[in-house]
Structure formats: structure tokens, C-alpha cells
Design a protein around this ligand. Structure first.
Ligand code: SF4
Length: 281
């Protein structure tokens, strides 16, 4: 199956409404150090084409409920660098003209498809974790720069395509102050922000420790002594998560942006949907 119901490990912490998940690629070459896909996808940082995707889509699409939105993508970016050449996501979008679609990406390549997206029931969520280019280079080594992502948001909004942002994840001592970022996003015209705290698994923690040795020394006891373990991930103590998320919510409120958290189990959302899918309507 190339289209499945989104069901992240049957997590009770997930507050998303029903949606389908479609990944045109397997793996993701953006290589974000905090990414969790390497814990369950072999060669996770190596994007490759999905075999038989068009044949599978032709078979599966007629059987889908068209009221349920399709999200692209949840465990790889649909705008991989190789997408420039292969145009798989573009071809898939052409097959989804009758569906509601949400694109989730870190790539400005999404602007190439604004002609299609502006004619569809679609919204785009772009992840930006910091405005600091150097820091972004450490966190998301092979992803487009924050500057390029903000430019992409501007482009999409100017083409009438609703855009939300994901400030996801927030990591204490590293990118915890999101106020300037929220302000910048509000100036661009972003209507919704989804945020969450970093929830390391074994390999993402190892990469974070290699890149940020001083910060992870301070984080270690917060995650592994005082924090909680939920669904194979380590969580910061609830009080700290609440403080960090309320900080982002406060900045959103100041700039009239709706806000929601992702898999935090905190009841502080101000938006109709946690993932920004309500913007499609
Ligand atoms: S863009 Fe998303 S899926 Fe790709 S490496 Fe980064 S966090 Fe993982």
C-alpha cells in the first residue's frame, strides 16, 4: 500500500484528525540530526524512489474516502533534491486533483508546484526550527536554508495557498527561543503554527550529542533522569514542556496566529487542528 491511514505507532498522544499518509520517496536526504526515521527506516538518510508508486496509486486512489485529506509526507520530504530531476511528487499531485492535500516539507522546491497547488484543495506546512543559518546548518545539514524556506512561504501565500509553519522540534539550550521566528512568520502571513519539543530516540540522541556536546550534557538529566519515557521516545519533564510550548503559544497569540502542539499530551491548543489541516478549508 502506498497510501495508508496516518497512525504513528497507534500513539494516544497524536491528536490529528483522520488523514492518509503518502510518501513518494523512501528515506530523506535532508539528514536532520533530530530526525526519528533512522530508528525504523534502513538507510534513512538516503532518499530513493518508491517502486511501482504510480501503478499502486492507480489501484488505491479509487477506493479512498475523498473527505479524508492526504498528507505528503510524514516520514520523508516529498521535495527531495532528486525530486528536481524525477518530478515524482509533481506527477503524484496531478493524480490527486480530486483530493484534499497537505504538503509537509522543508524545501523551497515546493514553489515549483504552486501552479498545481493553487488549483487544488491544498495547504502547505513548512518546518522552520530557527532563523539562525549557522544553527540550521548543524540541525538540518542538507535541507534548504531558513531564508529559502521563508521565501517559499511568501511565494505560496502570494499564490493563495494557505501555509502553516512547524517549529518542530524545540530543543532547550539550542533553539528554545522562538519569539523572533514567530514574529517573522507572522509578517509573512503564516496563519498557524504547530510546535513540539525534541523527543530523542537512541540514534537521534547520539547525533545531537556529537553535534552539541555541551548542550547535551545539560540536557542529559532532564531527559533521562527527570523526564518520561513514552512510546520508545524520551520526553522532557512535563512542566518544562509546558513552559516551552506556552512560550511559543504566547508569541503566537501576540501575532494572532493559531497554535497547536504535536504529540505533547498538553491541552493548550488554540487551533481547530493540531497539524494545520484546517487551513485547507
Ligand atoms: S526533513 Fe523530516 S524526514 Fe527528512 S530528515 Fe529532516 S526531519 Fe527527517
Amino acid at each position: 500500500m502506498v497510501v495508508t491511514l496516518f497512525d504513528p505507532w497507534k500513539s494516544r498522544l497524536c491528536t490529528c484528525s483522520r488523514k492518509y499518509s503518502l510518501n513518494p520517496y523512501t528515506g530523506c536526504s535532508h539528514s536532520c540530526i533530530y530526525c526519528y526515521i533512522t530508528s525504523y527506516i534502513p538507510r534513512g538518510y538516503e532518499a530513493r524512489l518508491k517502486k511501482n508508486i504510480f501503478k499502486d496509486l492507480k489501484r488505491e486512489l479509487p477506493n479512498l474516502n475523498r473527505k479524508i485529506p492526504i498528507t505528503m509526507s510524514n516520514s520523508s520530504d516529498p521535495y527531495q533534491p532528486i525530486e528536481r530531476e524525477y518530478k515524482i511528487t509533481r506527477k503524484v499531485l496531478k493524480m490527486l486533483s480530486e483530493f484534499k492535500v497537505q504538503i509537509i516539507t522543508k524545501s523551497d522546491l515546493v514553489t515549483r508546484d504552486s501552479d498545481l497547488l493553487s488549483q487544488m484543495k491544498a495547504a502547505v506546512a513548512i518546518t522552520v526550527t530557527t532563523l539562525d543559518e549557522e544553527l540550521a546548518g548543524k540541525l538540518e545539514p542538507l535541507a534548504p536554508s531558513p531564508h529559502d524556506r521563508l521565501k517559499a512561504m511568501e511565494h505560496l501565500i502570494s499564490h493563495g495557498i494557505p501555509v502553516s509553519a512547524r517549529i518542530d522540534p524545540i530543543i532547550p539550550y539550542i533553539n528554545e527561543n522562538a519569539e523572533e521566528l514567530v514574529k517573522e512568520l507572522s509578517h509573512i502571513g503564516v496563519k498557524h503554527i504547530t510546535s513540539s519539543t525534541f523527543k530523542p530516540r537512541y540514534d537521534s540522541w547520539r547525533r545531537l550529542r556529537e553535534t552539541f556536546p555541551e548542550e547535551t550534557e545539560k540536557l542529559h538529566s532532564l531527559y533521562f533522569d527527570k523526564g518520561e519515557r513514552k512510546q520508545n521516545s524520551s520526553y522532557l519533564p512535563e512542566g518544562l514542556r509546558l513552559k516551552l510550548m506556552k512560550g511559543v503559544r504566547q508569541a503566537c497569540k501576540k501575532h494572532s496566529i493559531s497554535f497547536a502542539t504535536c504529540r505533547e499530551g498538553l491541552n493548550i491548543n488554540t487551533a481547530e487542528s493540531c497539524d494545520g489541516i484546517h487551513l485547507i478549508n
